[in-house]
Design a protein around this ligand. Structure first.
Ligand code: COA
Length: 375
């Protein structure tokens, strides 16, 4: 037996053709299906990247056009899901709402157990298209506002902002969200993707696998970090307050949210670099304060503990400047990551081996059983 007790650090548990994280010439490189994330962020839209992740190749022009139309036509959600969104209590965290809605979508899909590649791609397109609508509808329902149905006229990112706010976003806002979704779309065997693959390895249906992933994404050590970052930005309040805040937090041995990464240790997360530029561009047309506080915190985090920001750190100021409420940040992560989860679930089905490790027992052994009336 091989012992891997340190959070499965550096343990390889499966092979994948979906993404690669590597160190090349002292820099971290992240590739989706062999394409550098920097090129994808610069030149591709989210739909193109979702196509790449699902089909393994970049689409030709007409393929992308068809794929965009297919997604746009699937955006509306069944009335039963709207009913669910209406009946869930307003205090329910939006990520719990999303998890529950995906489970409900699965119960409405009579073909949920079928697993041919074609059927899996159909379900994938449905999930990618409907998740933004679930998020935007729930938000408007809890705010007591009318629902804004999706429009065929806008791309994936712009349509989401339109459904959320009721008006078409600016080109800068649309581009910022689009790039943010591209950057969140996939990241090898992170905790939520691993959870999805474990569920897929039992041959559970696709919805069950996505529910496992959404549940895992929620925690503050994973996708929940961006919401915690925003809380920190609000607590710090001014760039001048950052240094003392960071110093005190680290002195107390507390974690600084949005910093550190299991893989990117002393090198910068390439997604954080791109998001930093996005956050800076958005700050020019929005509220500069969040970006300025973020920069001050990053400087102190490096000064005191050589900590580098991860993907969640600059996401917070990007979302804040897109007028997305703090408690929807993890949903935004899920909205991007769904494409990667689905690609991994399909890959797991196709190359399946049940994922079932062992645990090292460290409790007491061979204890004498005492009947209930004698204890
Ligand atoms: N704040 C303060 N210290 C941190 C830190 C953070 N965000 N991230 C890592 N460290 C420190 C740890 O205290 C530890 O230091 P020590 O050796 O002096 O005790 C060292 O770095 C290694 O940390 P460890 O917890 O072993 O790394 P990990 O690979 O298990 O954890 C994370 C990775 C992501 C869970 C961790 O960096 C973290 O908690 N980050 C904050 C949450 C976050 O932003 N999550 C989103 C990830 S994309």
């Amino acid at each position: 037996m091989i012992e891997a007790l340190d959070g499965l650090r550096d343990v390889i548990v499966c092979e994948t053709r979906i993404s690669r994280i590597a160190l090349v010439n002292g820099k971290a490189v992240l590739e989706y299906r062999g394409y550098d994330i920097r090129d994808l962020a610069k030149h591709s839209c989210y739909e193109e990247v979702a196509y790449l992740l699902l089909y393994g190749e970049l689409p030709k022009k007409y393929e992308l056009q068809d794929f965009k139309i297919e997604l746009a036509e699937r955006r509306e959600i069944p009335p039963q899901i709207i009913g669910l969104l209406t009946h869930l209590p307003q205090y329910t965290h939006p990520m719990v709402v999303l998890r529950t809605s995906i489970s409900y979508l699965g119960s409405l899909d009579k073909l949920k157990d079928l697993k041919t590649k074609e059927e899996n791609l159909e379900k994938s397109k449905n999930l990618i298209a409907k998740i933004p609508t679930i998020i935007a509808y729930y938000h408007r329902i809890r705010m007591g506002k009318n629902l804004i149905p999706p429009t065929l006229e806008l791309g994936h990112a712009a349509n989401f902002l339109y459904m959320m706010h009721g008006y078409e976003p600016s080109k800068i806002a649309e581009k910022a969200l689009d790039v943010d979704l591209v950057l969140h779309a996939e990241h090898e065997l992170n905790a939520s993707t691993f959870a999805a693959r474990i569920a897929a390895s039992t041959l559970a249906d696709m919805y069950a696998c996505v529910v496992a992933a959404t549940g895992t994404l929620m925690g503050p050590l994973h996708g929940g970090a961006a919401q915690e970052v925003m809380k920190m930005l609000r607590e710090v309040a001014t760039p001048g307050g950052a240094d003392e805040y960071v110093r005190k937090k680290l002195e107390k041995g507390e974690r600084l949210m949005g910093f550190g990464h299991r893989i990117y240790k002393s090198i910068i997360d390439p997604r954080a670099e791109i998001l930093r530029e996005l956050a800076r561009d958005l700050a020019k047309i929005g509220n500069r304060i969040w970006f300025e506080i973020s920069e001050a915190i990053a400087e102190s985090a490096y000064k005191y503990k050589k900590l580098l920001p991860n993907v969640d750190f600059y996401s917070a100021s990007v979302y804040a400047n897109l007028n997305i409420p703090d408690d929807l940040f993890v949903n935004m992560f899920a909205m991007g990551r769904i494409a990667g989860w689905l690609a991994h679930i399909i890959e797991q089905y196709e190359t399946n081996k049940l994922l079932r490790p062992r645990a090292k027992y460290i409790g007491e052994t061979e204890r004498k059983y005492v009947p209930l009336d004698q204890r």
